[in-house]
Design a binder for this molecule. Sequence first.
Ligand SMILES: NC(=O)c1ccc[n+]([C@@H]2O[C@H](COP(=O)([O-])OP(=O)(O)OC[C@H]3O[C@@H](n4cnc5c(N)ncnc54)[C@H](O)[C@@H]3O)[C@@H](O)[C@H]2O)c1
Length: 393
Amino acid sequence: MRDLNIALIGGGFMGKAHSLAYAAMPMYFWPAPARPVRKVIVDVSEDLARTAADRYGWERHATSWQDVVADPSVDVVDIATPNHLHADIAIAAAEAGKHVICEKPLAPTAADAQRMLEAVQKAGVVHAVAFNYRRTPAVALAKKYVEEGAIGEVLNFRGTYLQDWSADLDSPLSWRFQKAIAGSGAVGDIGSHVVDLARYLVGEVDEVSSLVSRFIHDRPLQSSGFDSLGASRGSDGPRGAVDVDDESITMLRFCDGAVGSIEATRNAWGRNNYITFEIHGTEGTIFFNYERRDELQVAFKADPADRRGFRTVYTGPGTPYGESLWPIPALGIGYSETKIIEAYEIFKAIAEGGSVRPDFADGYQTALVDEAILASGRTGAWTAVDQVEREGR
Ligand SMILES: NC(=O)c1ccc[n+]([C@@H]2O[C@H](COP(=O)([O-])OP(=O)(O)OC[C@H]3O[C@@H](n4cnc5c(N)ncnc54)[C@H](O)[C@@H]3O)[C@@H](O)[C@H]2O)c1
């Protein structure tokens, strides 16, 4: 089994999730397509980088992503930093001939995402954007049902991503509220996941009409470099300006004629990681709620009238990825499993010299949908979405 040496840039929330996925991937998927070697982890200070290496099992640590990206022993560069650094790191990594994995959103702007796509295409390396909710087995099962025609022609996609970690007026000024770092607010941070699911399950989005709102205009500054996402620290400290959206409500028209809607907010008290979609087709309906991620609710027109209604399918050995996960349905899929499956798919593509979806073209296309949502929010008009030319499509 081939070793692939990874450099992980960023040892925060996603640094933890990716480290865990690399450690666990061969335990689930055996024989693994390649053995992920946790070679070097990078963070901004010696202390942060060393702690991340010790805690997450990396062979060494560093504080300069530039040095690490140029290191000939590194095969794969994995980017888990705040969004404004994604483009510089990904382009440098591609130019150094490394395969590149990048957290979502691919970049703060579609223009940056386009430059990243061009760089990886020119370098001929494998590229992947980490929209891991596609990897939830129940979501992969929904995709299978749609592709098999189990719900007929898709008419409507209703998606949400609702959270409450920023609903407190005194929730701190994370980088996620700063346009220069994040690019946008709820639209790019969480709405992008639902755009990715809509594209995955239904197809490309042709145009959008959006309401984009900001309700909280300033928040307490953070006292350390740590991102204290969601942790309220009182209202008496100095405050800084929020210059991104809090919430978006979007109507969609898909290129194939289906319609849909997406809502995204991090200010919905009581909602935690409420990613849902309901897909209505001519032959049935599928409903998914990430907070009950082992389940897919399905209803089929073909059922006898006295039995028609939603029923629950639990994911398990008989559903996508199930043979490699747990032997009994509903034992429980967690966030980690979505990242482990993501790592498996990406390492398979690298080991086999192939490609993987979602890739940077998907990340760029999603960024174009996000920009259309933001533009429509400003003008109030239906806004067309530019379409990325996909190689080989
Ligand atoms: N796929 C998902 O479900 C998901 C969830 C959360 C975040 N994300 C994405 O992952 C990325 C990281 O988010 P996070 O939540 O881990 O953020 P975070 O703030 O928890 O961690 C970011 C880390 O990057 C480090 N960093 C900053 N500048 C750096 C530099 N120049 N060199 C090296 N390290 C640097 C920070 O010190 C921090 O440790 C973002 O793009 C975010 O949108 C994805």
